[in-house]
Design a protein around this ligand. Structure first.
Ligand SMILES: Cc1ncc(COP(=O)(O)O)c(C=O)c1O
Length: 479
């Protein structure tokens, strides 16, 4: 068993659990503790340090939560085997870099950012595909493929596989405070498909549907696809403006909102605004389409529960997706609909594409039921926080005088406003010439002119690539 040198300074004013956490984390990052290595039990370490077990447990919990440590039932706690090289040699300014005692491979020259088929740095809506648990996933796929029964190979339930609906309902109740029965859950091909389905069921040609301004152009297109009139309603720092919604006058049948993490600006809808919106929907007999596309990742405080869970009058249609928490090519998302609407949604879904592929629904149900999903989410929170921090520090270092970040508390991307006079579409064109992908903020506005800014994804790139990409972005902005 390793003896760890973790000097504690009781007079420093820093909580003991934080000092233990920092010391262990540093030991892992500097490779004094290597991936797969067993760490002392909490009891042994507490004894060693002459402290109670509580601060040690707190530190271990945090490190487990962030994916630095992993527990193996019955055999103890280990340094995570999956710590990537770019974490082991954390990107820091050269003057601040401590000599690492051991690195797992020679550090290559800083890679040139390339947009590898849309996977380049800053690409929005991409999760960390490099950290996907391929070994577990392929084992589950192979197992299900081998044991597929004739009943799994015919026509499936248009509402989705029951086992997957049960697992999704349990997850949503526990993690998002969604109030639902399994019957209210429908499995669909992603949240884009969910929005389109909701438009088919709830809107007639000429009906008005409110969308957030700025908002997702793809979702706007889905909501307006069958002739509904899309009405952009401005978003302020609290969320969609209910006052502006009321000022529009006339009947608005539905409003589409992203309360957990406003797309694209990144704010979270306040509790007061949520209540005002629910009240509006109740009074008007309107529907609220809640798109909870990446709420699992929040870095500053506990996420507020879903709007759906606060709704006493069954006005909310809740939409979620596995695209950000697993991978977009999976094409699996879900809806939670009021019981009174269920049959209409199921019937409409059947007219689209009948049902979602059974094999992947079976695999996904196993993935959730066996705890892999919860573990993956816990690990990824730490990964994304580190990536976000790398992006923020790169922007502060190379681009601070040209752009300002609006909000980076959650999700896999952030929005940054460009200084006056810089046109975002022009900047994005110049970035493309340097093989950087970004999305102009102005493209998210339905009405005429929008604010000039950049949407910068950080989920899909390592910290090293993000830092290098911000250096190149700094050069692009200088010209
Ligand atoms: C706000 C928002 N909703 C929905 C989607 C689509 O997600 P899905 O892959 O589940 O269709 C995206 C895609 O990035 C998005 O940004």
């Amino acid at each position: 068993m390793t003896t760890l040198h973790l000097p504690l300074d009781r007079s420093s004013g820093h909580p003991i659990h934080r000092q233990i956490y920092d010391g262990l984390r540093r030991a892992i990052l500097e490779a004094r503790l290597s991936p797969g290595q067993r760490v002392p039990s909490t009891r042994a370490l507490a004894e060693d340090l002459g402290v109670s077990r509580l601060p040690v447990l707190t530190a271990y919990d945090q490190l487990l939560h962030e994916g630095y440590l992993e527990g193996r039932t019955g055999s103890g706690t280990f340094v995570s085997a999956a710590i990537p090289d770019d974490l082991l040699t954390p990107p820091q300014p050269p003057e601040a870099r401590a000599p690492a005692r051991r690195v797992r491979r020679a550090t290559p020259a800083a890679p040139r950012p390339r947009d590898e088929g849309g996977l380049g740095p800053f690409r929005i809506s991409l999760p960390a595909l490099d950290r996907f648990p391929h070994a577990i996933w392929s084992r589950l796929v192979a197992r299900r493929a081998r044991t597929l029964r004739p009943g799994d190979m015919g026509y499936g339930d248009p509402a989705g596989l029951v086992a997957l609906r049960v697992a999704v309902a349990e997850h949503l109740r526990a993690a998002r405070a969604v109030r639902c029965e399994v019957e209210q859950v429908l499995i669909v091909s992603g949240s884009q498909a969910a929005a389109r389905l909701a438009a088919t069921v709830l809107l007639r040609p000429g009906d008005r549907v409110a969308t957030e301004e700025p908002g997702s152009p793809l979702i706007r297109a889905a909501l307006g696809a069958e002739g509904a009139d899309v009405v952009p309603i401005p978003v302020d720092e609290e969320g969609m403006s209910v006052a502006a919604l009321q000022r529009r006058g006339g009947r608005v049948r539905a409003a589409y909102v992203t309360p957990s993490h406003q797309y694209p600006l990144g704010t979270s809808m306040t509790a007061a605004r949520r209540l005002a919106l629910l009240d509006w929907a109740h009074r008007e007999g309107a529907w609220l389409l809640e798109d909870d596309y990446d709420s699992e990742y929040r870095y500053v405080s506990r996420p507020l529960g879903a709007l759906q869970g606060m709704d006493a009058h069954e006005r909310v249609i809740y939409i979620g997706t596995f695209s950000k928490v697993l991978f977009p090519a999976l094409r699996v998302g879900y809806l939670v609909v009021p019981a009174t609407l269920r049959q209409r949604f199921v019937d409409a879904r059947e007219t689209f594409d009948l049902f979602s592929p059974t094999l992947y629904q079976l695999v996904l149900a196993d993935f959730l039921r066996e705890g892999h999903f919860a573990r993956h989410l816990r690990r990824m929170r730490g990964v994304y926080r580190a990536r976000r921090d790398a992006l923020l520090s790169g922007l502060a270092r190379h681009c601070a005088d040209r752009l300002s970040v609006t909000n980076a508390d959650a999700g896999l991307h952030l929005a940054a406003l460009l200084e006056d006079g810089l046109d975002d579409r022009d900047v994005v064109r110049r970035m493309a010439a340097r093989e950087l992908t970004a999305t102009p903020l102005s493209s998210c506005y339905a009405g005429g002119s929008g604010r000039s800014g950049l949407l910068l994804g950080f989920g899909g790139s390592t910290e090293r690539r993000l830092l290098e990409a911000t250096r190149v972005l700094g050069q692009v902005l200088e010209r």
